[in-house]
Design a binder for this molecule. Structure first.
Ligand code: UT7
Length: 331
């Protein structure tokens, strides 16, 4: 049943940050002496290059830069923020949370801040948690950030993983709106989150078996197995989100998917019967930035004018856990 008093979390600003250093496929292969080619990486994944953080850049630095851009676009002062959630698999440290470090870097004087760990699905999870907190009235103005220095947890001798990932951060500003039934009912329409720990070993951080000098561990992935789970689980989550909102594929203006593999992204576009130009793709330039990939793509597509006020946007992601989920938002 529809409740006209339900508050909505409106997305009022987006921002992104990419480290300056760009590493092409050829440069990566040469730098690490990898038995791979630009042709293999491009054909199997769509990735042409990735950004790599400077040695002194932390996830909180990337996240704070993305958040500053999102706040500026929203016209919101840092002092108005009362909730910060950071999705990251590469936090600055075990604690304090990266979100608290960002709170300090932005000069946010109050509220509360914490991280969520859901790997590549992290942004969808963080959006769901922030939306719930706004709907209950626990927060009014939230920063939801995906920030990753994923290149810090790669095994550069493993060609099956190290060519896939990159660093970056994206952020959105959410603000409590009047909600459904009001004159302005834009905002997050729903988030649908899933996990299944039975598949935890398909994509995980290996600490015990990490090469010397990798104290945080390195990513291990059974890529083909994860691929097999991806399209079915993502399509089911998107359908679940559309049905719950009383909408259909025809209502969707944009697909902003997690950016792991162009083949998965294109398959999801076909499932939604969307023209290719309605699917936001950054994987060619950013590679897989884990929890940062969706907010980075949102920032790009709002900044360049593709996503307009009133557009219905579908977001979906799958990653380590396995975790997966979908979110629907009216911009
Ligand atoms: O973001 C979290 C979610 N992650 C995903 O959604 C990732 C899902 N998986 C994938 O995107 C793909 O499975 C990969 C891109 C990881 C791999 O592509 P694939 O088409 O599934 O390749 P594959 O793993 O089946 O490997 C095919 C061949 C293998 O050689 P053999 O056994 O056929 O001789 C690999 O050893 O390709 C080889 N290979 C490579 N060759 C050149 C694997 N990595 C490379 C490489 N360069 N970098």
């Amino acid at each position: 049943m529809r409740n006209s008093s339900v508050r909505r979390s409106q997305i009022i600003g987006t921002g992104g940050y990419l480290p300056t250093m760009v590493l092409s496929n050829d440069a990566l292969a040469a730098a690490y002496g990898l038995d791979t080619t630009d042709a293999w990486i491009t054909e199997r994944t769509g990735i042409r290059q990735r950004h790599v953080a400077a040695p002194d850049e932390l996830a909180s630095d990337l996240g704070a830069a993305a958040a500053r851009e999102a706040l500026a676009q929203a016209g919101v002062d840092a002092s108005e923020v009362d909730l910060i959630i950071v999705a990251t698999a590469t936090p600055d440290s075990g604690f304090p949370a990266t979100a608290v470090r960002i709170q300090q870097k932005l000069g946010v004087p109050g509220g509360f801040a914490f991280d969520v760990a859901a790997a590549c699905t992290g942004f969808v999870y963080a959006l769901g948690v922030a939306d719930s907190l706004i709907r209950t009235g626990a927060a009014r103005t939230a920063l939801v950030i995906g920030a990753e220095v994923f290149t810090r947890i790669l095994d550069w001798t493993d060609r099956g993983t190290c060519v896939l990932f990159g660093d970056g951060a994206g952020a959105v500003v959410l603000r409590a709106g009047d909600g459904e039934g009001s004159a302005d009912d834009r905002g997050v329409l729903g988030t649908h989150l899933h996990s299944d720990g039975r598949f935890g070993d398909l994509l995980h951080v290996d600490i015990a078996g990490a090469p010397a000098g990798s104290p945080q561990g390195v990513v291990r992935m059974a890529g083909r197995e994860v691929f097999r789970h991806a399209v079915g689980k993502l399509a089911a989550a998107v359908d679940e989100a559309l049905v719950a909102a009383g909408l259909t594929h025809e209502d969707v203006n944009w697909l902003v998917p997690h950016q792991a593999n162009l083949r998965i992204i294109e398959a999801m576009g076909r499932k939604l019967h969307l023209a290719p130009e309605r699917v936001v793709v950054t994987v060619d330039r950013h590679a897989n930035t884990s929890a940062a990939s969706i907010p980075l793509a949102l920032a790009e597509a709002t900044r360049d004018g593709r996503i307009k006020t009133g557009d219905l946007v579908v977001m979906e992601a799958i990653g380590g856990g396995l975790t997966w989920g979908a979110a629907l938002a009216r911009f």
